[in-house]
Design a binder for this molecule. Structure first.
Ligand SMILES: [Zn+2]
Ligand SMILES: [Zn+2]
Length: 387
């Protein structure tokens, strides 16, 4: 039987273990304490109840710094990176202050703005919602959670449950928009229709296009000035390298912490308040704040190339701590030198939404699936303005 591998990053420990049981159990059997690590399987952060499959590569990222104490108060440190050691309390303070400073310094969110937070139910979007809600008065903002329900059984239904549970305490206004109500079918069914019609598209390409479309339209329905997403520094750096590999320079130039809304009247500006926070940092924050979701991995396999790029960058970072920041600095300098992208944005001939082509990708995909009428009916029922 093919085994699964568990590696402890930075400790030189690597073991092959039988699959079929939870990562948490397997880790405890190796004599390790789960509270001291963040579990990552095949490049994705998972929870300890993740059941190991044959061939899985599990990597444990240490969060507890062994002997060193918090440099502020001397208590046991939970964070130790680039020479900074912090306990739970001081890490939370440090993380929140860093994000608030990023927002202020780059004027990501401005006083008086109504912010729609794109909530996927994952740790980053839940942490972002929590943090913006905690400081909404200080920032002077109005907040609404925008949840897109793609209709992925065994994944999105569970993450929406997580969101509802956490939001019970937060009490943030929210709006759920489902593929079902807009397109007449959830993603699971859309994939079946695509197969029946012999369409060669992967689930993620439909999902990414539809999701982006509904986030923008949804933000307008809510009446939001900006759409905030939980993208962290790792996401930015991965997309940067991915677009170098695939030679998509224009996309790189759009990787801004706050995109301009000036390109099209129907385009809601997007902000990424976590763009200077490492994935490890947002994960640690979500774990410490009890915002870590019970389930995380989408049932559809992620893009293979992005996975490779993610693993490659993580390996580099392990050997040269701080290199993610350096790649990020390179991205910021590149955009500063070349200026933001110059793609001309027009209006889709069919639905009126912003697009660089004549017909937007959502309308093109829906047309090939025979579902375009559903979208147009939904738009007219809700009175969504055309461009
Ligand atoms: Zn401390
Ligand atoms: Zn369209």
């Amino acid at each position: 039987m093919e085994l699964a591998r568990i590696e402890v990053v930075g400790r030189g420990i690597s073991r092959d273990v039988p699959p079929g049981r939870s990562l948490g159990e397997a880790v405890k059997e190796l004599g390790l304490r789960t509270v001291e690590y963040i579990p990552v399987v095949n490049g994705r952060v998972v929870t300890w109840d993740y059941v190991l499959r044959p061939g899985d590569e599990a990597r444990l990222l240490p969060v507890v710094s062994g002997g060193a104490g918090c440099e502020v108060c001397g208590e046991e440190a939970v964070y130790n990176y680039l020479g900074i050691s912090l306990c739970r309390e001081h890490y939370i303070e440090y993380f929140e202050e860093k994000v608030l400073e990023t927002i202020r310094e780059h004027r990501l969110i401005r006083p008086g703005e109504h912010v729609a937070v794109a909530v996927s139910g994952g740790k980053d979007s839940l942490s972002l919602l929590y943090l913006l809600n905690k400081y909404r008065d200080l920032l002077g903002i109005e907040l609404t959670a925008l949840v897109i329900d793609e209709g992925i059984k065994g994944y999105r239904d569970l993450t929406i449950e997580d969101f509802m549970r956490i939001n019970e305490d937060l009490g943030v206004k929210y709006r759920v928009i489902s593929y079902e109500e807009v397109f007449g079918h959830g993603l699971d069914e859309i994939i079946m229709i695509a197969r029946e019609r012999g369409l060669p598209k992967y689930p993620c390409s439909y999902c990414g296009v539809f999701r982006r479309y509904l986030l923008n339209v949804g933000a307008r329905i809510i009446g939001a000035d900006v759409l905030a997403t939980g993208h962290n520094l790792d996401d930015m750096v991965q997309t940067y390298l991915l677009n170098i590999v695939t030679n998509s320079l224009d996309r790189i130039l759009h990787l801004l912490p706050r995109t301009s809304g000036a390109d099209h009247p129907l385009l809601v500006p997007r902000v990424k308040p976590f763009y200077r926070s490492l994935e490890m940092e947002t994960t640690l924050y979500s774990v410490l704040m009890g915002l870590y979701p019970s389930f995380i991995e989408c049932v559809y396999a992620p893009e293979a190339l992005r996975n490779d790029v993610r693993n490659y960058i993580n390996e580099l970072e392990e050997r040269r701590p701080g290199i993610k920041y350096k790649i990020m600095n390179s991205l910021e300098e590149l955009i500063e030198k070349l200026g933001p992208g110059t793609v001309r944005i027009g209006s889709c001939r069919i639905c009126g939404e912003p697009t660089s082509g004549e017909v937007c990708r959502t309308c093109r995909y829906l047309d090939s699936l025979g579902l375009l009428e559903n979208l147009l009916r939904w738009r007219s029922r809700l009175g969504i303005v055309e461009g």
